[in-house]
Design a protein around this ligand. Sequence first.
Ligand code: NAP
Length: 542
Amino acid sequence: MGCEAAVLKPEYDAIVIGAGVCGIYQAYKLAEMGRRFLVLEQASDVGGTWYWNRYPGCRFDSESETYGYSFSEELLQEWDWTEHFSPREETERYLQFVVDKFDLRQYMRFDSRLKSAHWDGENSLWRISTDDGQSFITRFLLTAIGLLSTPTLPRYEGVESFKGEYFHTFYAPKEPVDYTGKRVAVVGTGATGIQVISEIASQVGTLTVFQRRPNWCAPLQNSPIASDEMDRIKGRYTEIFDICRETPSGFYHNVDPRKTLDVPAEEREAFWEDLYSAPGFGVWLGNFKDMLTDEVANAEFSKFVAKKIAQRVKDPAVADKLIPKDHGFGTRRVPMETHYYEVFNQDNVLLVDIGETPIEWITPNGIKTNEKEYEFDLIIYATGFDAVTGSFDKIDLVGKDGVRLKDKWEDGPQTVYGLSVSGFPNLLTLAGPQSGSVATNFPRGIEEAVEWCSGFLDHLFENDITYFNPKKGPEEFWCDHVQKMSERILFAREQSWFTGYNSNIDRTYRSQCLIYAGGQIRFRQFLADEKSGGYPSFELAS
Ligand code: NAP
């Protein structure tokens, strides 16, 4: 037992930061537990990712019926998805529907961004303040602040001098943008840029794509869900969630137990053809078991996809620029696309390889590379995020002995299960770095995390425990384990947001895996053992 004793009674048992997919479910659980709690949300409404990213073409790559919450059969039966991979607007409506159905708005404060959270050891509570000048006191602090909530603009000189319109995709305007006839630039070709490009290419006057490094993309194969199909889905939800529970990533797709080179070439090609033409992430997560762990196997499949790109893009020189040479298929997050490669067959679309002709600066009229100046009416920056830890860094979060979380994580995050941090008592980081939920079909992963955290809180409340602090030993174990799990997979060697890479920020650490690559089944087992063992990784006190 620790020595800290609670003196002052806080106004809240728990404060949740964020009303996105994760924060909403945590709010539901706290309401069910009958706790005094509050949700603080920086946006003007619920939705998190699905509130902010109003860029054209935004949708998820999860099969829609696997993205909804699984906790309420009534909710499952009431909600109809209209597309196999739902567009942003529909997912936002879904989250609003959930919040209204369970009457959760009463606990939420909008336009309220967490500015600081300071641990008060004497009273065993958190003192927090928001940007709008409010202060709150809570026993437990729960962060549900998203993985990709801190967008980064490029550091080119002159970004603000541009006289036309410009935005980062995360901050795309609420009001519909008219692209008709405009000269538009898109900088960045990750999952976001690829959706934007595919969506607006047919609307704009001209589209110029500034690509630094190409990504391996594959067809999403989206389609509408007819009402009779939705009825059948509603009859299968138990089976659907059971399937998702038994795959490492929480999707339908599971790895094929065969090794690539054990399968005769013709059979291999046929298998890959099927994967390439099937909907969703099967091509990435349902491939041969060594595709993401063995370089030779990975190179074979990369050749297959390169051939597909070459077939889809008419100009061989353009096709060649679109084929990645510096990394293998799936070793960075695979953007799923809808006619992306065909866009480059349009006369109004130009690909500028800024690996060859780098951008020098942004001018009042457009973008200047070392070759020429391009003029635009609109520049869209799809340049990614200070991922996973970026949103924590923005908060003045101070734990025991005046230690700042940002300083503790200077060389990379250190956590217990990605859900708690030693030296930061009574803090639960619901979808924090190194947690299993951040590497899965998100709602499936966060349901695990929220349920475990709610069970833990229940245990604390029932036993009048007012203080917990993760121990150092388990934290060292978890960091080591996260690293070992990621080293088995080829993506640990690549520069991407999975490994904390972002050229637009100064990071003190590099190549630290920010997500848990051990899979949700293993992660779930760790959490179950922790609970059944009476929470041995935590120091607890009344
Ligand atoms: P991202 O994957 O980090 O891609 C950023 C892109 O911008 C990369 O092409 C990068 O080039 C380029 N870039 C960054 N800084 C640049 C600079 N200064 N100059 C030129 N180019 C620059 O970010 P994202 O596309 O926003 O995607 C992030 C994640 O969000 C995805 O991986 C995914 O998890 C999620 N997401 C999901 C969906 C979905 O469910 N369908 C859709 C969109 C996003 P380099 O590669 O050379 O760094």
